[in-house]
Design a protein around this ligand. Sequence first.
Ligand SMILES: O=C(CO)[C@H](O)[C@H](O)COP(=O)(O)O
Length: 295
Amino acid sequence: MAEQQRGTQAVKVGLAQMLKGGVIMDVVTPEEARIAEEAGAVAVMALERVPADIRRNGGVARMSDPQMIREIKAAVTIPVMAKARIGHFVEAQILEALGIDYIDESEVLTPADDVHHINKHAFKVPFVCGCRDLGEALRRVAEGAAMIRTKGEAGTGNVVEAVRHARAVQGAIRQLQTMDDDELYVYAKELRAPVDLVRQTKALGRLPVVNFAAGGVATPADAALMMQLGMDGVFVGSGIFKSGDPAKRARAIVQAVTHYNDPAIVAEVSCDLGEPMVGIDVREKGFQSYAGRSE
Ligand SMILES: O=C(CO)[C@H](O)[C@H](O)COP(=O)(O)O
């Protein structure tokens, strides 16, 4: 690709589109990365601890050790993503210098700036960011995100928040499509999002970038549910590598995403998967929401 074309918003959005219809798996070792690749993951997310362990350990969660990210990059041929803390543009600079394929500016790590997100236009590497609703999604796109993921609640093994966020985004887009163009200025104000992106979303009938589900997807049925709710693909972390048979579950979730509209196949791949991860009820007293850490 010509140097002057690298890193334009169109190129970054196009790179993210290449992941459409796929599963992106959190991995913490080169061995897990190889299991993910063999299972058919379209990309892996290299991190030191899956979200369930981040929750268990507590403390400040930061960008992973660059050496560990390098080892995961060397282990697989599929794209490798890594996480930077919200607003931590130096962690993002480091990840870009490491040649990472996509950066996740993630609420799963402890935010570094509780007001500002990273200006993602300043980078050549594409970014993915989380959202709970349409306004949050379009604010991230305005900052240069090339890919969106609904946040869910990572590390819970509980799909309820992923469903809530996917329904919020899709429902708002349906509502937007019933609106008169004159009404978009006020709606954009309500969404706290630029009116040109609101107009574009109305015209497309979808977000202007790919939108994956994340946070709490733990079974093939969960993954197919998110696809039927209109998501373009799925992130799975704790649900695979905190389960009894990660390789089998990883393959099953990839199959379920590919055949999400075929219940017979989803039933078949759901058989004999061993123990699922133990989940957390998000209504439990003292539950810490990661999704609410930024807006
Ligand atoms: O942060 C992520 C995506 O950006 C994680 O990959 C994803 O949310 C994992 O969540 P879980 O462990 O619940 O599957």
